[in-house]
Design a protein around this ligand. Structure first.
Ligand code: SF4
Length: 363
């Protein structure tokens, strides 16, 4: 089956707005052609460096300027990460995604440490994903050489709405980072968040941006905003399960081969709601009681849900072979010490400024 790469916003909106039952049926049909409907990947998200981020993403409690109740921590050690990865593997995860609250990766000791974490987890025969902010082509190559399976860099929303949420870097920077990852054999993970106050047109706009990439991302996380006190989006109303199912189903139809990840916001969803998402084409969840910093269902509850629904956790490297890990001393890439000039649009986002002010007056 050929993959369509020229989706328009109108075509995607037409799918999103179909009568619910028809949308669900169409998405489930596409899902069954391309995936085993009874297999769902369980991934574990690990915050390897928490808080103190210089960016101003309006949804994020890790942005230093908003003064939320997040306890920051420096970069974890390789041994700490290994212990957590082993625990995740024992509880059924086949993938570890390591997140660091950085604007972009800087060459040096900390990046070398992350490369060692990648080698270590890959040797545990688990898929390794990283989300470290913007990266250069050389950094992507070094991650690939260490054995990275996927790199996550979300587009978050449509290009137009993105400007209402983030002012410290541009949409094109995001696309450039995805482009740098694409030059390697590392798979691309990129998705977004619904419930940030965007219109349905913006959700469709984000799906246009993702689905017109060639190849399409191997993985697309769909998050429902978890509003956190102190952030500019603290007062957003949660999205309904119907919107979530529509978004998952539409993503499945426009990106048939992609792994669609039901990500943040699952604590607000019933089991029945999550089952509908799986039926509509979601085939991955994040396990563990925390998703970076926001709450997530307990892993035992998830396993009970899997039993109830007859779902099987996906094995590692089912979609793509395990990459090899080259040891640091054998690397053919140099630490270039690059200082890339990522953009800083710096436009004014009133609610971000207000949240920053509020944070200041609280300290
Ligand atoms: S989403 Fe990432 S880049 Fe944005 S503030 Fe949070 S940690 Fe920083």
């Amino acid at each position: 089956m050929t993959i369509k790469h020229n989706w328009t916003r109108e075509e995607i909106l037409e799918i999103y707005n179909k009568p619910f039952m028809e949308l669900l049926y169409d998405a489930a049909t596409v899902h069954r052609i391309h995936h085993d409907p009874n297999t769902v990947q369980v991934s574990t998200l690990l915050s390897i460096k928490t808080g103190g981020c210089p960016e101003d993403c309006g949804y994020c409690p890790q942005a230093a300027r908003y003064h939320t109740n997040i306890e920051g921590n420096d970069l974890m050690s390789v041994n700490q990460v290994k212990a957590q990865a082993l625990r995740a593997k024992a509880s059924g995860s086949s993938r570890v995604c390591m997140g660091a609250a950085w604007r972009n990766v800087k060459d040096g000791q900390e990046f070398d440490q992350v490369l060692e974490m990648v080698r270590t987890i890959n040797k545990l025969e688990m898929e390794v994903c990283c989300t470290l902010g913007m990266i250069t082509e050389n950094q992507a190559q070094r991650l690939a050489e260490a054995g990275l399976y996927a790199y996550n860099h979300n587009l978050d929303s449509s290009e137009e709405y993105y400007k209402e949420v983030i002012s410290t870097r541009g949409y094109q920077d995001r696309l450039d980072t995805i482009g740098n990852v694409r030059k390697t054999n590392v798979t691309v993970c990129s998705g977004g968040i619904i419930g940030m106050g965007e219109k349905i047109e913006d959700r469709a706009g984000m799906l246009v941006a993702l689905s017109t990439l060639d190849p399409q991302p191997e993985s697309v996380p769909i998050n429902a905003l978890v509003p956190v006190e102190g952030t500019p989006l603290e007062e957003q109303q949660p999205v309904s399960i119907w919107e979530m199912v529509r978004m998952v189903a539409t993503t499945r139809i426009v990106m048939p081969e992609t792994q669609v990840r039901l990500s943040a916001g699952r604590t607000q969803m019933s089991r029945e709601g999550q089952a509908m998402c799986f039926f509509a084409g979601a085939n991955s969840i994040f396990a563990g009681d925390k998703l970076l910093t926001t709450p997530n269902p307990d892993v035992n509850e998830d396993m009970e849900m899997f039993r109830e629904l007859g779902l099987n956790p996906q094995k590692a490297f089912e979609k793509k072979a395990q990459p090899e890990s080259v040891e640091a001393q054998d690397s053919k890439f140099q630490n270039l010490g690059e200082k890339p000039k990522w953009s800083r649009p710096g436009h004014t986002i009133q609610k971000n400024l207000e949240a920053q002010e509020k944070g200041r007056s609280r300290t």
